[in-house]
Design a binder for this molecule. Structure first.
Ligand code: AP5
Length: 205
C-alpha cells in the first residue's frame, strides 16, 4: 500500500492532479472538500453545518473531517493506496491520520507540497468561479480568506511531515501535464526507495 498526501493552498491543483494520479496508479481518492460538498448537496445536518464555514473560507472543525476520513478509510479495505487531497489541514488532523493509518498497519509514504504564487492562485480560482458554482470561488474576498486560512493553520502542517522526512516540494505552475510529470517523478522515486514497483500501476502492498 502507498499513501500520498497532496498538500498545498487552494487552487494549487490538488484535485486536478489527483485525477491524473488515479488514472496512472489506481489509488483511491479521498478529498474532504468533495465529501463536504456532497453533504451540502444532500442537505444533511453535517453539510448544513459545514456550509457556514466553507462559505466564508474558514476550515470546518477538526472532529467533523476526522470522522469523515475515518469512516471512508474503513469502507475502503482493499485500496492499493490513498491520495489524501485537502486533508490533513491542521496538526490535529495530521496526528489523527497517523493514528488511523497505524490501526491499519500502514502510514503516510509521501507528502507533496504544491507551490504556486498567491496571485496565480487567485487568478485560477476567480476563473473557475465564473462557471463552477462554488460559493467559495465566487469573490476575491472569500478566496483571500481561504488562502489566509491556509497560511495560518495548514501551512505549518508541512513541518510535521518535514520532520518525518516525508515532505517534497513540487513547483505547480506550468501546464497540467508538466506538473503531473514532476509529481510522477517524485512518486516513482519514493516507490524505488521503498522497493515498490516504480512504473507499474500495481504497487505491491
Ligand atoms: P477543498 O475542496 O479542499 O478546496 P481547496 O483546498 O480550497 O482547493 P481547491 O479545490 O479550490 O483547489 P485545488 O488545490 O484542489 O486545485 P484544483 O485542482 O481544484 O476545500 C474547500 C473547503 O472545504 C475549505 O475551504 C474548508 O472550508 C473545507 N474543508 C475541506 N477539507 C477540510 C479539512 N481537511 N479541514 C477543514 N476544512 C476542510 O484547481 C483549481 C483551478 O485551477 C481549476 O480551475 C483548475 O482547472 C486550475 N488549474 C489546475 N492546475 C492548473 C495549472 N497547472 N495551470 C492552470 N490552471 C490550473
Amino acid at each position: 500500500m502507498f499513501n500520498l498526501i497532496l498538500f498545498g493552498p487552494p487552487g494549487s491543483g490538488k484535485g486536478t492532479q489527483s485525477q491524473l494520479i488515479i488514472d496512472h496508479y489506481q489509488f483511491t481518492h479521498l478529498s474532504t472538500g468533495d465529501m463536504l460538498r456532497t453533504e451540502i448537496e444532500r442537505q444533511t445536518p453535517l453539510g448544513m453545518e459545514a456550509k457556514k464555514f466553507m462559505d466564508r473560507g474558514a476550515l470546518v472543525p477538526d472532529e467533523v473531517v476526522i470522522a469523515m476520513i475515518s469512516s471512508r478509510l474503513d469502507a475502503q479495505g482493499n485500496a492499493k493506496g490513498f491520495i489524501f487531497d485537502g486533508f490533513p489541514r491542521t496538526t490535529a488532523q495530521a496526528k489523527a491520520l497517523d493514528k488511523l493509518l497505524s490501526l491499519k498497519a500502514t502510514s503516510i509514504h509521501l507528502v507533496l507540497l504544491m507551490q504556486v504564487p498567491e496571485e496565480e492562485l487567485i487568478k485560477r480560482l476567480l476563473l473557475r468561479g465564473q462557471t463552477s458554482g462554488r460559493t467559495d470561488d465566487a469573490n476575491e474576498e472569500v478566496i483571500r480568506a481561504r488562502i489566509a486560512e491556509y497560511y495560518n493553520k495548514t501551512s505549518p502542517v508541512a513541518d510535521y511531515y518535514a520532520q518525518q522526512h516525508k515532505l517534497q516540494t513540487v513547483p505547480a505552475v506550468g501546464s497540467i501535464e508538466e506538473v503531473f510529470a514532476r509529481i510522477k517523478q517524485q512518486i516513482d522515486k519514493r516507490f524505488a526507495e521503498l522497493n515498490l514497483h516504480s512504473v507499474s500501476s500495481h504497487p505491491r502492498s
